[in-house]
Design a protein around this ligand. Structure first.
Ligand code: PLP
Length: 354
């Protein structure tokens, strides 16, 4: 199937499949906060707009300061970007023609950014029978590699990996100066913190990526940041275009860096809503996989054509055609608002003939 490589923008899915979109569409393929942005974004909107007439601060100094306070890290260890996606492409520039390992299934931009740089990509495909957990095979696979990409919590599985195993991976990798790039785009949706940010000062080879667009539902504004040792941040900064982080992203990012309420409220709500939906889906005989975050996988063998069935009903899920190891036989579904989740359950009940 000639499908888009990412979730969201459902109009492209219908267009590529030559389908006429129904009047009402619910987009379960986008995995941003279903509660929307925090109230302070709307309250301060006019104030943020004051900044758009001038060039944004190329250093994003106030934002870096706010992130430095949030993360308890020196400012030299933080670099904001035009979404985590931009930072992936800048990181890939450090890996030109190098051997790189990606733990998969994974966000497709890692591969795309690395291919542009001529990196030689190896893949550790995690196994369904092991719940797509990270396993000991990584120690052998990472030998001779310049960098390893690990997404934790994993997109698309929602799986969180063992902290002990990750720390061992970083420790072993440090001996050979292998970079461990840990993408924590969804770290703030999990009930307990699994972030490795607190370990950054212990490891010179650890790089952590964060996205502000997921928790704060600001995907159109574009904001993410990378945390690493000062020398790595310096190299990345040199490769970033001037004024990369726009004025609105800088102002909103400062407010979001100071937030705890919205993230806390979201975390609690997501965990409870996700488990309610899972219970209902299991009760109609769907196979639903455990997740610690704001999306989950269901089994949907390609030949049964559940994906197009749901599209016809205006339920847009994320296909898994371009996720190694999933190969289109699962669907990734975002946790949405209760009435939207009920629409999904109703469509699946109909499909199951319940
Ligand atoms: C795992 C992962 N990392 C990074 C990104 C990019 O996030 P941003 O919107 O900050 O560019 C995404 C977006 O879907 C993602 O899923």
């Amino acid at each position: 199937m000639n499908l888009p490589h990412h979730g969201s923008n459902p109009q492209h899915v219908y267009h590529r499949l030559h389908m006429i979109p129904p009047d009402k569409i619910i987009d379960f393929s986008v995995n941003t906060n279903p509660l929307g942005p925090p109230p302070f974004i709307k309250e301060n909107w006019l104030d943020y707009l004051q900044d758009i007439y001038d060039y944004p601060d190329p250093e994003a100094a106030a934002l870096v300061q706010a992130l430095s306070e949030k993360e308890q890290l020196p400012a030299e260890c933080i670099l904001p970007g035009n979404g985590a996606a931009e930072l992936i492409f800048i990181l890939a520039q450090l890996l030109k023609d190098e051997q790189v390992l990606i733990t998969e299934p994974a966000f497709s931009e890692y591969r795309q950014a690395l291919e542009v740089q001529g990196a030689v990509i190896d893949s550790l495909v995690l196994r369904e029978e092991n719940g797509w957990d990270l396993d000991e095979r990584i120690f052998k696979k990472m030998q001779g590699k310049k960098a390893v990409f690990i997404c934790n919590p994993s997109n698309p599985t929602g799986r969180v990996y063992s902290r002990a195993l990750l720390l061992e991976v970083i420790k072993q990798a440090e001996k050979t100066e292998t970079l461990i790039i840990c993408d924590e785009a969804f770290y703030d949706f999990t009930a307990e913190s699994h972030s490795l940010a607190g370990d950054l000062c212990r490891f010179s080879n650890l790089i952590i990526l964060r996205s502000v667009t997921k928790m704060y539902a600001l995907a159109g504004i574009r904001l993410g940041y990378v945390m690493a040792s000062a020398p790595i941040i310096k190299k990345l900064k040199k490769r970033q275009p001037h004024w990369s982080v726009n004025a609105l992203a800088q102002r909103m990012g400062i407010s979001c860096a100071k937030d705890t309420d919205h993230a806390e409220k979201t975390r609690g709500w997501i965990a409870s809503e996700r488990e309610k939906v899972k219970y209902e889906l299991l009760s109609i005989g769907m196979t639903v996989y455990p997740s610690s975050t704001n999306y989950y996988l269901i089994a949907a063998p390609k030949e049964k054509e559940l994906y197009p069935y749901l599209l016809k009903k205006g339920i847009v899920t994320r296909h898994t055609e371009n996720f190694a190891g999933l190969d289109g036989n699962y669907l990734r579904i975002a946790v949405k608002l209760p009435n939207e989740n009920q629409a999904l359950i109703a469509a699946l009940k109909e499909w199951k003939g319940c």
